[in-house]
Design a protein around this ligand. Structure first.
Ligand code: PLP
Length: 422
């Protein structure tokens, strides 16, 4: 083993240190495996009760009328998330698109959108119109209000009460921290926030940006009152196999609105050929619980390794997890780049390239990304990204298998060590 690690560029010192850290994490890994077992059963039960069949794995072309595989998959998602309906489509191009779709289809001119959890994910700023953009909600006369979090990421309940008014139609709650150093909310915390909002106005639609959160816990935000949960298939629920796609699961009316917006008024869910993609969607959701477990182990290992090296990590080494993201504040652009180079060098694909910071569409600072992925840009695969701005934090996530996640983190550490940055 040591010889193979050495051939992959990992010194005996880093192997020993890593194994020492991992030895202390056994109980946490056992808990992750137990959650994966629970969620695996949940998914299998959904596949069985929706009668997923061999015919479902085939695709349609053209209009895609009566696509049994597509329609059954949407039932499977609704069953897993315990919702009335779901929209799961390759025509939803990414997470931002799924979120924009959920918002644009359920808001009308004159309505107001409220984020009670501070600034939303960077790409949503243009969707909402916080940063002016063609076709934003703001251009359609939909206003936006935001209530920032209090110290320690606590909800500002009084601020939220004051922000809710007659125009408030939809509340958006981002579960994961995204590119911020706030904490990620547990499903239970999200449930408390939703209950508070509904106690003021029960008709307000509560949407949760569920990106990176799926299968981390045994329950999902839709189990605690969310009217819509939204995410990307090249993150957790695609299990590393889905090559594209997004989902919205929720109340029938919300999903219908989204479907009419995705395709066309009058057409809705009835059209949208699945082409040849469904086998990967089915197998992906089947694999997702154990893939998420591998990603979680990778995150916890990294948190503990880098905490030991003196860096601030969010979540810290011992905190409970509510998404697969790990933030490490590396405090310098050199370290952010060295970290990403290490992750890239451990990749199965494109291990020989050097990632460079670039002006990524939708983001306001240069971003460096390490991704040697089978699916371009997939962040359920081991990947790291860091905006080149204060506090020079790197955010990494994924790992389809735990041995690969472990190698990637070791390689990042070795990269910092070799450059004298530790
Ligand atoms: C990734 C992500 C998005 C956007 O998803 P893309 O697929 O990158 O467009 C939105 N919100 C959160 C919290 C995310 O992590």
């Amino acid at each position: 083993m040591l010889a193979l690690y050495k051939e992959l560029g990992i010194s005996d010192q880093v192997v020993e240190l890593s194994n020492h850290v991992i030895d202390s994490l056994k109980d946490r890994f056992d808990e992750i495996d137990a959650n994966a077992e629970y969620n695996q059963l949940k998914v299998i039960k959904a596949l069985q009760s929706c009668k997923a069949s061999e015919a479902c794995l085939l695709g349609t072309s053209g209009y895609g009328y009566n696509d049994i595989g597509r329609d059954t998959l949407e039932e499977v998602y609704a069953n897993i998330f315990h919702t009335e309906a779901a929209l799961v489509r390759p025509q939803i191009t990414c997470g931002t698109h799924a979120l924009a779709l959920a918002l644009m289809s359920n808001l009308r001119p004159g309505d107001e959108l409220l984020s009670p959890v501070g600034k939303p994910y960077d790409t949503l700023e243009e969707v909402i119109g916080i940063r002016p953009s063609k076709g934003s909600l703001a251009e359609y006369g939909i206003s936006y209000r935001q209530v920032d979090l209090l110290k320690d990421s606590a909800f500002d309940y009084e601020g939220i009460r004051a922000a809710i008014n007659d125009k408030t139609k939809l509340v958006t709650i981002q579960r994961s921290k995204g590119y911020q150093t706030r904490k990620t909310f547990s499903v239970t915390e999200i449930g408390e926030l939703i209950a508070f909002v509904k106690s003021i106005r029960p008709d307000i639609i509560c949407m949760v940006d569920n990106c990176y959160g799926e299968f981390v816990e045994r329950i999902e935000p839709s189990d605690v009152g969310a009217d819509m949960v939204v995410g990307s298939l090249i993150k957790n629920p695609g299990g590393g196999l889905a090559p594209i796609g997004g989902y919205i699961a929720g109340k029938k009316e919300c999903i219908e609105n989204a479907a009419y917006r995705l395709t066309s008024p009058g057409l809705g869910k009835e059209v949208g050929a699945s082409l040849g993609i469904l086998k990967d969607f089915y197998q992906g959701i089947f694999l997702a619980p154990t893939v998420v477990a591998s990603a979680l182990k990778t995150s916890i290992f990294a948190a503990n390794l880098y905490e030991k090296a003196g860096f601030a990590v969010v979540p810290n080494g011992t905190e409970s997890r509510h998404d697969i993201i790990q933030a490490i504040t590396l405090t310098s652009p050199e370290r952010v780049c060295a970290f990403c180079e290490g992750i890239q060098a451990a990749a199965p694909i494109d291990s020989f390239v050097t990632p460079q910071p670039w002006d990524m569409p939708g983001y306001d600072a240069k971003v460096i990304m390490a991704a040697g992925a089978f699916v371009s840009g997939s962040s359920i695969e081991l990947s790291a990204d860091g905006p080149i701005k204060e506090p020079y934090a790197v955010y990494f996530q994924g790992g389809l298998t735990w041995p690969h996640g472990k190698l990637g983190i070791m390689k990042s550490y070795q990269s910092l060590l070799d450059r004298g940055l530790l």
